[in-house]
Ligand binder design. Structure first.
Ligand code: NAP
Length: 310
């Protein structure tokens, strides 16, 4: 398949481009953060540059690449940046997905749009795809509007609500990296004991996306780990696996965390629909963390960082 991965310089996009290029022709779209072309060609994918906010950019891209599948990871995914510039968040998280879905549907290609667990307010937990979202901030509101827009323009699209961790270009984009590198540096960190999530390793998430597209699924899916836990427990399990000092993780309530944008406390999501569609549950936290550890042992973080070297 010819696959266009938007957001290829981001946490999800770079890992997805790498996973997908093992079996497919992959084109990774970046905007402000060019990727090293040497690293891309040795990894087997091509990099293209475009600002999706420029009128006509998405159309030109689709005409140039003629993809079979478009996996749309690009977004304004920083919560504080969304609060600071709601108009930009609206454009990137709602209008760009709408435009892309319209163009992809017209071209006959198939689209997987990446959304977020944060469309829920986190008061209930154990959410299924039937539960009513109630976004608590600009990021989650604009992402929810993006979901609606994609499904309205392209009924064959997949909308995947995700949460993830993994290795990024900056080494700072995921909670896994936050715990790993701070604990390695001997720094004390907060671990929230009252915020639940179900993160999948970005590489596992990428493999699941490819299966969902190959199976020609469509509609809304929760694509998270089969297991949920607090951010504190996640840090503790990571510390044990890497033999790092667990005592550096301070159990903290999110109310004491000093975060600017509001967080939903219980983002545990049900994955029954995905499990049924795939014939197997998505990986557990233990499986994800074990693979995160193995990737570290294999030098994968350094391989990822090479993409940002010019
Ligand atoms: N990270 C998480 O824990 C998490 C949790 C739930 C859902 N998600 C969702 O997962 C998806 C991927 O998130 P992520 O963490 O990988 O994001 P990220 O690391 O913040 O990367 C965002 C990507 O979007 C691209 N982008 C931003 N503005 C653009 C524009 N105007 N034109 C073209 N590309 C643009 C960026 O390109 P440049 O850097 O080159 O400008 C970058 O590659 C998003 O849809 C996000 O909402 C993420």
């Amino acid at each position: 398949m010819r696959i266009l991965v938007t957001g290829a310089s981001g946490l999800l996009g770079i890992n997805l481009a790498l996973e997908a290029s093992r079996a497919h022709s992959v084109y990774g779209l970046v905007n402000d953060h060019p990727l090293s072309s040497a690293a891309c060609s040795s990894a087997g994918f091509q990099v293209v540059q475009a600002d999706l906010l420029v009128p006509g950019a998405a159309q030109r891209l689709l005409e140039q690449i003629e993809p079979d599948w478009v996996i749309h990871c690009a977004a304004l995914a920083n919560l504080d940046a969304c609060e600071a510039d709601p108009a930009r968040a609206q454009q990137l998280n709602s209008e760009v997905p709408r435009q892309l879905a319209l163009l992809v549907a017209r071209s006959g290609a198939r689209m997987l749009h990446v959304s977020t667990d944060a469309v829920f307010d986190g008061q209930q937990g154990s959410y299924s795809e039937q539960d009513l979202p109630n976004p608590v901030g600009v990021y989650s509101r604009t992402k929810l509007e993006g979901e609606w827009a994609v499904l309205a323009e392209d009924s064959s699209a997949i909308v995947a609500r995700v949460n993830l961790f993994g290795y990024s270009l900056s080494g700072k984009r995921s909670l896994g990296e936050f715990f790993l590198y701070n604990l390695m540096a001997g720094k004390q960190v907060m671990g929230f004991t009252d915020v639940y999530f179900c993160p999948l390793l970005a590489n596992h998430l990428a493999q699941i996306f490819l299966r969902m597209l190959a199976l020609r699924l469509n509609g809304l899916f929760h694509v998270v780990s089969s297991e949920c836990l607090t951010k504190y427990d996640f840090g503790m399990r990571l510390a044990r696996l890497f033999s790092l000092p667990e005592s550096l993780i301070q159990p903290t309530s999110v109310a004491q965390g000093g975060l600017k944008a509001a967080r939903s406390p219980n983002l545990s999501l049900r994955t029954d629909k995905l499990t049924q569609a795939l014939g197997a549950p998505p990986p557990s936290i233990e499986t994800g963390l074990e693979a995160f550890y193995q990737l570290y042992q294999q030098g994968y973080p350094a391989k990822i960082r090479q993409f940002s070297e010019q």
